[in-house]
Design a binder for this molecule. Structure first.
Ligand SMILES: [Fe+2]
Ligand SMILES: [Fe+2]
Length: 203
């Protein structure tokens, strides 16, 4: 009996999923996806999340990261997504628009996994547990080396929700520092999370 089946979440097994994901990206990015999957499983174990969905969501979160811009633009039109998305680029598209490629090419239609992928670039005001797990796994997996990553790991080890707020704050600071445009949902997400769990000592 095969023990790596992913059914009914994915209609084929783990080896096949890895093969399909690897075929769409560089070896370096695939290694990041594998580490994110392992980290997501750890967080799911710690915080009571769905292990199988964390493992799959972590692996596929960047599935669309190397899809050409022209294909994203086509998908934005085909799926009648907000035209405002066209003002942004791959950094936003590979999550929000990437889910359509995951559905079409990987035959994954699980709403919780798709939502986790969709929200991994901007966060969201209300993120379900699985979305929080994939969002944080992507940020703190062992291959990450940005300044502050150790703080991010320490905060997330104590509270997954505090980790989410940490990452949203980090992302905004980073984008402002580089004078990059910011997708409005990132602000909306930050506001919701900072109101929910910011400054716990003041509450
Ligand atoms: Fe990503
Ligand atoms: Fe990633």
């Amino acid at each position: 009996m095969k023990n790596n089946t992913l059914e009914p979440i994915v209609p084929y097994d783990w080896d096949e999923l890895e093969k399909r994901v690897a075929a769409r990206m560089t070896a370096k990015r695939f290694a990041h996806c594998q580490r994110t999957s392992v980290e997501a499983v750890k967080l799911a174990e710690q915080y009571g999340g769905d292990i199988q969905r964390a493992k799959i969501g972590g692996l596929v979160h960047d599935y669309a990261k190397q899809i050409p811009d022209a294909d994203f633009i086509q998908a934005i039109h085909d799926h009648h997504l907000p035209a405002a998305l066209l003002d942004y680029g791959n950094a936003i598209w590979h999550g929000i628009v990437g889910i359509y490629f995951i559905e079409d090419e990987l035959a994954i239609h699980d709403p919780a996994i798709l939502q986790a992928v969709e929200e991994h670039t901007t966060g969201a005001p209300e993120m379900p547990l699985l979305a929080q797990i994939v969002y944080m796994a992507d940020f703190i997996e062992p291959g990450r080396h940005f300044p502050g990553v150790d703080d991010a790991r320490a905060v997330t080890a104590k509270s997954l929700q505090a980790g989410v707020l940490f990452q949203l704050s980090h992302e905004l600071k980073y984008l402002v520092e580089k004078q990059e445009p910011i997708y409005p949902l990132t602000f909306t997400s930050y506001n919701a999370w900072v109101r929910r769990i910011g400054h716990p000592a003041d509450n």
